[in-house]
Design a protein around this ligand. Structure first.
Ligand SMILES: Nc1c(N[C@@H]2O[C@H](COP(=O)(O)O)[C@@H](O)[C@H]2O)[nH]c(=O)[nH]c1=O
Length: 209
């Protein structure tokens, strides 16, 4: 193997069939970040840190249009779950339903996901307060966010794909930056909910059922 160093780039060129086989294996790590261990002037080692975005902990903006492997994290994704004795097709169906006055209207919203859930909910004025499970909750207050957190917990514990997608974000900082931030649940609150749930899911006791 030939070794060179030019412009801060370490170059290795293959000379034997064994080295060629190793080089072919390393093809799977193309674009990954490696850490250099240069303990002596006779040799060195590189240990793999991982794909560049993971290694750099690049922020990840969770929106409906994100790449498909992370899409189930979005509130708009079709990720059926049960919460408070009711079935919901998506978090958005749950959240937008809270704007509705009665159980029948909430049930209708509960069946929706994707752009339709967002659009139908967007057409409803957010009441200053609403009733949920016998309590009166002021819109946009921490109790309102606590409902979002509890529903998200239900989603990520019950829906395998959503949980796998959330855990696949590793240590990356999550954001929820959309064209117009919600007046009832700011994107920063939502991102914080996802990151807290992710940390909880990593704890051994909450490993997938
Ligand atoms: N605009 C948008 C999303 N907005 C969603 O709207 C909800 C808040 O709505 P509201 O209470 O009416 O302000 C919340 O669930 C948030 O995720 N979501 C996405 O994935 N992609 C988007 O582009």
């Amino acid at each position: 193997m030939k070794l060179s160093l030019r412009n801060n780039v370490v170059g290795l060129s293959v000379e034997t069939p064994e080295e060629q086989a190793i080089c072919a294996l390393l093809g799977a790590a193309d674009g990954h970040v490696f850490q250099l261990h240069a303990a002596s002037d006779r040799g060195m080692a590189f240990s793999e840190i991982g794909p560049e975005d993971d290694a750099r902990r690049a922020p990840l903006n969770i929106v409906h249009s994100i790449e498909s492997r992370f899409a189930p994290i979005s509130n708009l994704a079709h990720t059926p779950f049960e919460f408070g004795g009711e079935r919901y097709a998506s978090i958005e169906g749950f959240w937008q339903g809270l704007k509705q006055p009665g159980p029948a209207e909430r049930r209708t919203m509960a069946k929706l996901w994707g752009a339709e859930a967002k659009r139908r909910g967007g057409a409803i004025d957010q009441p200053a307060e609403f009733a949920y499970d016998g309590a009166t909750i002021a819109a946009g207050c921490p109790e309102h966010w606590a409902l979002m957190r509890a529903a998200c917990e239900a989603k990520f514990t019950q829906h395998d794909e959503a949980r796998i997608a959330l855990l696949a974000t590793g240590e990356r900082w999550l954001t929820h930056k959309v064209r117009r931030d919600s007046r009832t649940i700011p994107g920063a609150i939502l991102a914080d909910i996802w990151m807290r749930i992710r940390a909880r899911l990593r704890e051994p006791a909450s490993a997938p059922r």
